[in-house]
Design a protein around this ligand. Structure first.
Ligand code: SF4
Length: 523
């Protein structure tokens, strides 16, 4: 049972409601999953805790894509040992990719952990946690829902929940690509798609509850097909029951057009992360036609060398990536790209790396997430020698960042004096929240191309009133990684005076920007 909503609360007793805390590691998919877990718990009578000390259930929603994230998680969980010794009734749960990867081996290794829940079993979290609270034994539940895929539905109007300006909607789960370095196909399973109607309805529900921007999520979000079309494809015959033989085709553009048509109050639509091989002519045409689509695409490339792309099993060549990137850029004036790159993949020579640098120069990116290769369990790349020395990986990464920094600075500088459409998310700095929650001196938002824009608020005016608004802003200056903008005089004057007590807008502003700092994974 995956759907949660106000109609399904379980009131277990006259005891005070139990309290939960969900800690999220990793990508936007995990942020999304954490929100759905919280909603499932609230729907079953739980309330949010303020910290470890008052929580009855602590859930770590985990990421195993990079070794570093996994190490950090292990140390965080280890720190809870004394608390569990003091309060044996505290339930400690591990959810997400590490849970799926390690299964019940984690229970043996971490005896103070009670519950392991894989990504496809998150809807069962409230029931499993309650069973353990009532004295049940530790449980590991990590079963893929291959035959009847279910998606947790957003429940933005539950008591105690607020809808962010920018909300996530999942379109699919799993990944069929099997890039040789990536653990996702093993932790998230094969691809399964959410029906169009469910996705469109969820977008409408979130916008109705206050969201202004929707970010569609999927490991290869643009491989989306209606589930019935995907099921009709022939099986790949490689032993993975739900995997299908398919080309680069996709119906993702149809999905984008349906959302644009049926959710007219939506101000901005983004998606993450697309796979280059599913950048179809239809998708490029959707960018040309739909004003609601952001003028920015995060398109992971991973390497600029055909030899490396082949070893990575990326299923496209450099030339194809460059052509598709160019088609996206040409679809809409000012459309920008960002990307992911792995340096030091097994066998990467100086020449391979130089080809990556040359691709970065040729395509032009406004941002780049770069990673040093680290071998992950179960992946085909484990069989290749991790033969690029660490110092060389670090040097290559630094050169890559230097190049992109140059491109980013030039791009930001080119925007000074122009006007951008900013969707306001919240105060510019978390410090702004301290002690002055009723009037923010500087507010931040995102342009149509995803640049961060900071805007000064006139003295005595309530900056929080800007949250959720889409306004035209003049770019006054370029900072290292963001823009500084000015509101026009009429808009500034129309802002309400700063109230003396916390305003409703201020509450909205408090919740906003944190998700944006997380890395997009997949694609
Ligand atoms: S890198 Fe992306 S496309 Fe490749 S296997 Fe991982 S999630 Fe799938």
């Amino acid at each position: 049972m995956s759907e949660v909503g106000p109609s399904a609360p379980l009131s277990l007793s006259s005891q005070p409601a139990p309290k939960f805390l969900v800690e999220t590691f990793g990508c936007q998919m995990n942020v999304h999953d954490s929100s759905r877990m919280e909603e499932a718990l609230v729907a079953h009578g739980w309330v949010a805790a303020t910290g470890h000390e008052d929580a009855d259930l602590i859930v770590f929603n985990t990421c195993s894509v990079r070794e570093k994230a996994e190490q950090k998680l292990r140390s965080e969980i280890g720190r809870l040992k004394p608390l569990k010794a003091q309060r044996p009734d505290l339930v400690i749960a591990i959810a997400g990719c590490v849970a799926q990867q390690e299964g019940d081996a984690l229970l043996a290794r971490l005896p103070h952990v009670d519950l392991i829940v894989g990504p496809d079993n998150l809807g069962e979290l409230p029931m499993l946690a309650e069973t353990i609270r009532l004295g049940g034994p530790p449980v590991a539940r990590t079963v893929f829902d291959l035959d009847a895929p279910a998606f947790l539905h957003a429940a933005p109007k539950l008591p105690g929940r607020t809808t962010p300006v920018s909300a996530f909607v999942t379109t699919m789960k799993g990944c069929d690509e099997r890039c040789s370095f990536c653990i996702v196909p093993y932790t998230r399973g094969p691809e399964r798609y959410r029906p169009l109607r469910e996705i469109v309805d969820e977008c409408a529900r979130l916008v109705d509850a206050g969201a202004r921007e929707i970010m569609l999520l999927g490991q290869t979000v643009n491989s989306w097909l209606p589930p019935e079309d995907y099921a009709a494809l022939p099986a790949a015959g490689d032993g993975s029951p739900a995997q299908r033989l398919r080309g680069d085709d996709s119906a993702f553009a149809t999905l984008l057009r349906a959302i644009a048509r049926e959710v007219p109050a939506l101000r901005r639509l983004r998606y993450a992360s697309p796979h280059p091989r599913h950048v179809t002519p239809d998708l490029v045409a959707a960018h040309a036609d739909l004003d609601v689509l952001a003028r920015h695409v995060h398109l992971p490339v991973q390497s600029g060398s055909d030899r490396m792309l082949k070893r990575m099993i990326r299923r496209y060549r450099r030339e194809e990536y460059v052509a598709r990137a160019a088609a996206l850029k040409a679809s809409r004036p000012g459309l920008t790209l960002s990307t992911d790159v792995i340096v030091g993949f097994p066998g990467e020579t100086d020449d391979d790396f130089e080809q990556t640098l040359s691709l970065v120069r040729e395509v032009g990116f406004i941002a780049l997430f770069g990673f040093k290769f680290s071998p992950r369990p179960y992946t085909p790349a484990l069989k290749l020698a991790d033969d690029v020395p660490e110092p060389l990986k670090a040097e290559r990464l630094a050169r890559l960042f230097e190049e992109v920094e140059r491109q980013q600075l030039a791009h930001l500088a080119s925007l000074v004096g122009s006007e951008v459409d900013v969707l306001f998310e919240g105060p510019s700095s978390p410090n702004e929240k301290e002690g002055r929650v009723t009037s923010f001196a500087k507010m931040m938002g995102r342009s149509e191309r995803n640049e961060i824009v900071h805007v000064d608020v006139p003295a005595g005016r309530d900056g929080a009133a800007l949250v959720g608004q889409l306004l035209r802003v003049r770019v006054a200056r370029a900072n290292a990684h963001s823009l500084g903008g000015e509101l026009d005089a009429a808009t500034a004057l129309a802002l309400p005076p700063a109230p003396s007590a916390p305003s409703a807008h201020a509450a909205a502003a408090e919740r906003a920007p944190e998700v944006r700092r997380l890395q997009v994974l997949g694609g």
